[in-house]
Design a protein around this ligand. Structure first.
Ligand SMILES: CC(C)(COP(=O)(O)OP(=O)(O)OC[C@H]1O[C@@H](n2cnc3c(N)ncnc32)[C@H](O)[C@@H]1OP(=O)(O)O)[C@@H](O)C(=O)NCCC(=O)NCCS
Length: 161
């Protein structure tokens, strides 16, 4: 199908914008569908209410199809979670979401950004590598899967200038 027609069908091009308290239910739903141990609505509400939290949502038409959340402390930030709805993955949407999010972190005075990613999570690793993050550490058997399998985490860092 022609791209513009596909876009129109899905509700227009995706836009990245600030996320607020009222997005908590939708963000919790997206998170729950993307991670084994989902964060509940109350957790998102508490997080979004904090002054040191920065959150963006990815919207296509009236649908929220992704988000990025970070916690800031002085001139450092940690990306807590990034997710795109499964039905919208593989189209590079996470890249503009992440780059916009990083731009706002820089605007808030953040100079160094950290994150943890599961070692076998190739889409996420590609996303972060292409956005300029480098591996600075490894945490052995950091994540436990529902089946008991333990997976390692990579600690990644990017300096913003
Ligand atoms: C990680 C995530 C946000 C990426 O979103 P997305 O919009 O689909 O990302 P993109 O389309 O930009 O793809 C990212 C990269 O992964 C690659 N990729 C996609 N699926 C892949 C797969 N199954 N295996 C390997 N690479 C894959 C893409 O080719 C792309 O790399 P490229 O830029 O070199 O082409 C999305 O997969 C997601 O929400 N996953 C579940 C939650 C999660 O794991 N979040 C990150 C945790 S830290």
């Amino acid at each position: 199908m022609m791209n513009w027609l596909a876009e129109l069908w899905r509700g227009g091009p995706a836009v990245v914008e600030a996320a607020g308290l009222r997005d908590a239910p939708k963000l919790a739903q997206l998170h729950g569908a993307s991670f084994h141990r989902g964060w509940g609505e109350a957790e998102f509400e508490a997080m979004l209410a904090e002054r040191n939290t920065l959150a963006h949502r990815l919207r296509s038409g009236r649908k929220i199809i992704g988000f990025a959340v970070s916690r800031m402390a002085a001139d450092e930030a940690e990306i807590l979670s990034v997710a795109v709805a499964a039905s919208h993955r593989g189209r590079g949407l996470s890249r503009s979401l992440l780059l916009t999010h990083l731009g706002h972190l820089a605007g808030r005075g953040v100079r160094t950004v950290f994150l943890e990613v599961e070692e076998n999570n190739q889409p996420a690793r590609r996303l972060y590598e292409r956005a300029g993050f480098g591996v600075v550490g490894r945490r052995e058997r950091y994540y436990r899967q529902p089946d008991g399998q333990q997976l390692s985490a990579l600690l990644m860092r990017r300096d913003l200038s």
